[in-house]
Ligand binder design. Structure first.
Ligand code: ATP
Length: 613
């Protein structure tokens, strides 16, 4: 008993803890669909009162039918009956009409709310730090916000609507019942309490189960994606991975399904018990009323009204409590959405930003920079010092995992280092407005996005704010060496790229790389950062491209990350990175003369190249 009481109080406490989400959820709905929400509320109140009109009319109708029979069918008794029947038909018609109008209003309202919430989720996804994408916890949050956020507020609204409408009807029905016995409304309440407890308990258990299984659900989604995505299709076939991933998916789904069915079974049993109690109370109340009718204390019309009112009242009470349960459950799940919307970026603007240096006079400096990725023990950069003089081209070379791409991410403030400073002309990046900083940098990332859009759009998104002209897009394509492959496409710059939409054409990896490079070049930023720009280029294209790049970058500050020494050798300064530090610096000839890592790797690469010839 004490244990049950403790469980109940814990549940009540949990339920109350969710209440603050209710006003927020309603504010969301209000912000998204004000007019529709008002119309919806008015209709609900009217619909809440209609059933009471129906039962009251039923009583009068039955009583007047009895009167007709008593008077042997006299016209004076028939006429009021006809009026009553007409009224009854009118109420039924209005009920139908309002039902259909509510359906339409709800559709408009739910579509608006859904789009509003999706927009909030999108805005937050864009605003959060890149670091969030490194954490599985973030994906759990996002997954829940995406799945639950899209329909829970509308479901919440529906349950609140149910609560309002049924509440009004119930209070009116209670008032109708009181003359027959003041205890009847309490009997109604008592008969539905077990069902209420069952609903609350089930909702809480279901919510806890969903929280526990989010990661598993995401994994199942991941297998689903692998089995159906274009990116994986070739390997899935070649390595015959289809059965493997399908089996993994099914194993996970089987477990999740089993747990879910078990929850449903438990709920079903509990509902059965609750329903039995309700039946007993109805039976008792009806027996009492029949006894009264037999005693001549109630008319047939009273009996009809009582049956309808009590029976409907019980149904209403159950759905009312069901609504309370659903409100509880929906607000539990909405907690997920609000938790997601509350994620705050750590990489933020300074309160008093310094003006960004323009043009760049001294250059970029990394001073004693140490950086670890979130959740990682190992430092990707360790006490790193690096200078990139303004107007020069610097190449960064080094083995895989040395930390080269990490430099770019820190320079763009996609992450902040744990120690040290990064400066533009002596101004710390922390003192610059993030947008100002990013506008001054253009980047070709190692894995650029392949936009399923036209060639012109793929390049144009490099600087949407400048609304680039066709000539500017073509100039960028030329500088990137993308003009030749584009000329071979069926509709040139208007060719749709990617295979996601009708009429799309795909490009080779190297061609995609050049289109992305054109995108980076389109933005007239003073700092140009290129991660492996020649990685997918053949050696003829590479030499040709490098000459053009030097011309294009003249007057700008360039940073090229590359594994190819034939690319690096054209830079003004080459920095060699190893284990998160710069270990050698100089131009090509100086580094060869030093005889260090660069010289050794150069010799090895050249020998390899000669053997291949
Ligand atoms: P490559 O030549 O292969 O592109 P790189 O020199 O550009 O390598 P970085 O991508 O900068 O290397 O990675 C440096 C180190 O940081 C690597 O050890 C890598 O495992 C680690 N790392 C990179 N990204 C993350 C991340 N998001 N979370 C945790 N560790 C990361």
């Amino acid at each position: 008993m004490a244990e049950n009481l403790r469980i109940l109080t814990t549940k009540l406490r949990d339920a109350l803890a969710q209440l603050p989400y209710l006003p927020r959820a309603l504010a969301l709905v209000w912000a998204a669909a004000r007019g529709w929400t008002i119309a919806w509320a008015v209709l609900l109140v009217v619909q809440g009162l209609l059933p009471v009109a129906t039962v009251t009319l039923t009583r009068s109708l039955v009583d007047s039918l009895v009167a007709i029979m008593g008077a042997g069918g006299a016209w004076e008794t028939i006429r009021p009956t006809l009026v009553l029947a007409g009224l009854m038909a009118g109420v039924m018609l209005v009920t139908q009409l309002l039902g259909s109008a509510t359906g339409q209003i709800r559709t408009a309202q739910s579509e608006l709310v859904r789009d509003h919430i999706t927009a909030l989720i999108h805005r937050k996804s864009i605003a959060v730090d890149l670091a969030f994408y490194d954490s599985p916890d973030y994906y759990d949050h996002l997954h829940r916000a995406r799945i639950e956020g899209s329909y829970r507020p509308v479901a919440l609204l529906e349950s609140m609507g149910g609560l309002l409408q049924n509440g009004i009807t119930l209070v009116a029905m209670g008032a109708v019942l009181i003359p027959y016995g003041p205890w009847l409304p309490f009997a109604l309440l008592f008969s539905t309490l077990p069902a209420f407890y069952v609903v609350l308990r089930h909702n809480l258990r279901q919510h806890q189960w969903r929280l526990r299984t989010t990661a598993d659900e995401r994994r199942a989604w991941y297998y689903y994606w692998l089995l159906t995505a274009r990116e994986a299709a070739a390997e899935i076939r070649l390595f015959r991975l289809g059965d493997h991933f399908q089996a993994a998916y099914q194993t996970l789904r089987r477990r999740l399904r089993g747990e879910r069915l078990q929850l449903a079974k438990d709920q079903g049993l509990a509902e059965l018990g609750a329903g039995f109690t309700a039946l007993l109370v109805t039976g008792g109340a009806m027996a009492w009323m029949v006894w009264r009718a037999l005693q001549g204390l109630a008319s047939l019309g009273d009996l009809a009204l009582f049956y309808q009112a009590f029976n409907q009242g019980q149904g209403l009470m159950r759905s009312l409590l069901g609504s309370v349960g659903r409100i509880y459950s929906n607000s539990l799940f909405l907690g997920n959405l609000f938790e997601f919307l509350e994620l705050e970026p750590q990489v933020v603007d300074p309160s008093q930003p310094s003006p960004a240096p323009s043009p760049l006079k001294e250059g970029i400096r990394f001073r004693q920079v140490t950086f670890r990725y979130p959740g990682s023990e190992r430092a990707a950069l360790q006490d790193l010092n690096l200078t990139i003089p303004a107007g020069q081209i610097v190449a960064i070379v080094g083995p895989n995992g040395a930390g080269k791409s990490t430099l770019i991410k820190l320079l763009c403030r996609l992450y902040d280092p744990q120690a040290g400073h990064i400066e533009l002309d002596g101004v710390d990046l922390h003192d610059l407005q993030i947008e100002e900083l990013r506008r001054r940098i253009t980047v070709l990332f190692q894995e650029p996005v392949h936009y399923n859009a036209t060639v012109a759009e793929n390049i144009g998104v490099g600087d949407l704010a400048a609304t680039p002209s066709a000539a500017e897009i073509e100039a960028a394509a030329q500088a990137a060496g993308a003009d030749e492959p584009i000329a071979r496409l069926p509709q040139g710059y208007d060719t749709m790229l990617g295979k996601m939409f009708a009429g799309g054409t795909d490009l080779s990896v190297g061609e995609w790389q050049r289109v992305a490079l054109a995108r980076a070049f389109l933005r007239q930023a003073p700092i140009v950062v290129l991660d492996e720009p020649t990685g997918a280029m053949d050696s003829w294209a590479e030499a040709n491209w490098l000459r053009r790049f030097r011309r294009l970058a003249s007057g700008r500050t360039g940073m090229i990350i590359t594994h190819r020494f034939t690319t690096a050798m054209y830079a003004d300064i080459i920095h060699v990175m190893h284990d998160g530090r710069i270990v050698e610096s100089g131009n090509h000839h100086e580094l060869l003369a030093q005889g260090g890592r660069y010289a050794q790797s150069w010799t090895a690469q050249m020998q390899g190249a000669n053997q291949n010839d």
